[in-house]
Design a protein around this ligand. Structure first.
Ligand code: ADP
Ligand code: ADP
Length: 230
């Protein structure tokens, strides 16, 4: 499904690569947990997945990333969005619409899916926030915004979901609810890439863990085994 081949990326003005010689294969239906300390390169890895790095001006790319058999650079971002949903670590960077309702509608309409109020409520219900439908995203708490972003990413039922620390602003109860939703998505055969630093509640639900350290893929495999060899 996703294959990094000797992928190295240096940001414009970056002094050393943020990702170094990454070789990583993710199969269809796998739930991958990406972890590592702050600044290790986890967000960069997520941005690489949806083609953002190939659109950065002045960045240096070596190696390649294939998604569904095609090089990422050959997709435009809109096309990737048809089969990949992304939740960024900062929900403010992805919520632009006047109302929560519009945020979800926009995602549905972009894929020519039905977008009546009933459809929007169904999407919001998956993360338990149907009551926020008429609220403005910028007036919500951080946790509520994260749930809106998660609902928006799932709205068009994409095959691949990329979550960059989706629970960073959630309380423990909401975090567990989100992890439960991710497990359900895995049960539906979705391919999931989750960046998370708090491992205890999720580690036993994932297929593999990727440990990133200073831009290197330090370990990749079954969760408990991979952590032992750190
Ligand atoms: P993580 O998500 O693991 O905290 P990041 O992927 O955000 O790590 O960052 C990896 C490295 O790339 C860090 O050293 C960071 O300072 C650097 N970096 C991130 N974004 C940029 C940028 N826009 N320009 C230059 N360097 C960046
Ligand atoms: P949380 O428990 O998720 O941290 P907050 O204390 O941030 O929640 O917010 C509690 C309530 O206040 C929420 O219902 C939220 O919608 C509302 N709220 C938070 N920030 C604002 C704001 N800037 N404008 C209007 N309402 C807000």
């Amino acid at each position: 499904m996703i294959s990094f081949k000797n992928f190295t990326y240096t940001y414009p003005k970056g002094t050393e690569p943020a990702l170094k010689n990454i070789d990583l294969d993710i199969e269809e239906g796998e739930f991958i947990l990406v972890t590592g300390s702050s600044g290790a390169g986890k967000t960069t890895l997520c941005r690489a997945l949806f083609g953002a790095l190939h659109h950065d001006i002045g960045g240096d790319i070596k190696g390649s990333i294939q998604i569904k058999g095609k090089d990422v650079s050959q997709y435009n971002i809109g096309i990737i969005g048809a089969f990949m949903g992304v939740v960024f670590d900062d929900p403010d960077s992805q919520l632009f619409m006047p109302l929560v309702e519009d945020e979800i509608k926009f995602g549905l309409q972009a894929r020519n899916l039905p977008s009546s109020e009933k459809d929007v409520i169904r999407v919001l219900d998956r993360v338990g926030i149907a009551h926020l439908i008429k609220r403005a995203p910028h007036e919500l708490s951080g946790g509520q915004k994260q749930k809106v972003a998660i609902a928006a990413a799932m709205a068009n039922d994409p095959e691949i979901l990329v979550f960059d620390e989706p629970t960073s602003q959630l309380d423990p109860q909401s975090t567990i609810e989100i992890f439960k939703i991710l497990s359900e998505l895995r049960g539906q055969g979705k391919t999931i890439i989750l960046v998370e630093q708090k491992l205890e509640d999720i580690i036993d639900k994932v297929d593999k863990i990727a440990v990133i350290d200073h831009g290197n893929l330090a370990a990749f495999g079954k969760p408990r085994e991979s952590l032992k060899c750190e």
